[in-house]
Design a protein around this ligand. Structure first.
Ligand code: NAD
Ligand code: LMR
Length: 340
């Protein structure tokens, strides 16, 4: 058996060549914001994913340490750490999937939209680099407010002439993860057997879990469904308050981000029937972006599924969320156009 060979060229770069021989194709995944609360556990989970052959970790600082640490895990991916603007191009070159959890998190009392002023600029700059260095990558946007950062990314890519709506995703998997957990607990079902689609967007009432389409179906009262809906919508705030000023969901988000990135990689590799909910450019409603179930394939989004039959309660929720979601989308588009 070959031995691991460590090569570190410059101080901020770190590579471990593991002795991977696998039938999975070479895939490079880049995490932007890799030294953060989400970035670190997400980087570790991507290092554990056998579909990843190169894991590129970028942040403003701290990435050499995170990369060195991750690189000792005896799995397939070679890990590279990059820090500072000047290394962003190298971090991105050749990426198949770029995951973006860069930006500031909420503190108690803030909405996700309160993050807009800082995170919009961060996302715009990072997406400008994505357009330049890896225009074909699938972009998994985690930075909040997702309802605005995805439209910002789309405008940046349009301006660069690289926009492909099939390759841009707002990551809403954490809403699905929460809906599954809360539903399974209430219904007394094994959580690993539960599925719940969540549609709309990723903030407050724009998060619309469709418990009427949950599998398996449990006999829950209307009042239970309303409580589960509210808890799913407020799941992020529940964590922000519990962390009491020390940020928002990081561990559950890393888990959710790893599930979604894995689905993207499976789709790229030609695995059939890979379906996840995601906030994408969409014709499912009159809004230009909307989260619903999407099938992932070799080009990213292969198919966007409609909403199916909604309960009266869900139908009302759908109508109610459109005003806020539309405004958040327009805010993102306007920001990107003004700051062109
Ligand atoms: P954090 O502050 O712990 O980490 C953010 C990281 O981003 C930091 O390491 C910081 O250095 C880095 N960063 C900032 N600007 C950067 C830039 N220009 N280039 C590269 N890196 C940069 O925050 P966190 O808890 O990891 O949260 C990150 C973002 O994810 C927040 O906006 C948060 O609201 C969002 N979030 C989204 C979801 C979701 O479901 N989509 C869930 C949880 C958190
Ligand atoms: C979440 O849903 O946990 C994230 O969007 C972070 C937040 O601010 O709530």
């Amino acid at each position: 058996m070959l031995r691991s060979v460590q090569s570190a060229s410059k101080s901020s770069k770190f590579a471990i060549r593991n002795y991977a021989s696998t039938s999975n194709p070479e895939r490079k995944v880049t995490v932007l914001g890799a030294a953060g609360g989400i970035g670190q556990p997400l980087s570790m989970l991507m290092k554990l994913n056998p579909l990843v052959s190169t894991l590129s970790l970028y942040d403003l600082a701290g990435t050499p340490g995170v990369a060195a640490d991750c690189s000792h895990i005896n799995t397939r991916a070679q890990v590279f750490g990059y820090a500072e603007d000047k290394e962003l191009g190298k971090a991105l070159e050749g990426s198949d999937v770029v995951i973006i959890p860069a930006g500031v998190p909420r503190k108690p009392g803030m909405t996700r939209d309160d993050l807009f002023n800082i995170n919009a600029g961060i996302v715009k700059n990072l997406c400008t680099a994505v357009a330049k260095y890896c225009p074909n990558a699938l972009v998994n946007m985690i930075s909040n407010p997702v309802n605005s950062t995805v439209p910002i990314a789309s405008e940046v890519f349009k301006k660069a002439g690289t926009y492909d709506p099939k390759r841009l995703f707002g990551v809403t998997t954490l809403d699905v993860v929460r809906a599954k957990t809360f539903y399974a607990t209430k219904a007394g079902l094994p959580v690993e057997e539960v599925n719940v689609p969540v549609v709309g967007g990723h903030a407050g009432i724009t998060i619309l879990p469709l418990f009427s389409q949950a599998h398996p179906q449990a006999n829950l009262s209307e009042s239970d469904i309303e409580k589960l809906t509210k808890r799913t919508q407020d799941g992020g705030t529940e964590v922000v308050e519990a962390k009491a000023g020390k940020g928002s969901a990081t561990l559950s988000m890393a888990y959710a981000g790893a599930i979604f990135a894995d689905a993207c990689l499976k789709g790229l590799n030609g695995v059939p029937d890979v379906v996840e909910c995601s906030f994408v450019e969409s014709n499912v409603t009159e809004l230009p972006f909307f989260a619903s179930k999407v099938r992932l394939g070799k080009n990213g989004v292969e198919e966007i599924y409609g909403l199916g039959t909604l309960s009266d309660y869900e139908q009302k929720g759908l109508e109610a969320l459109k005003v806020e979601l539309k405004a958040s989308i327009e805010k993102g588009i306007e920001f990107a156009r003004k700051n062109n």
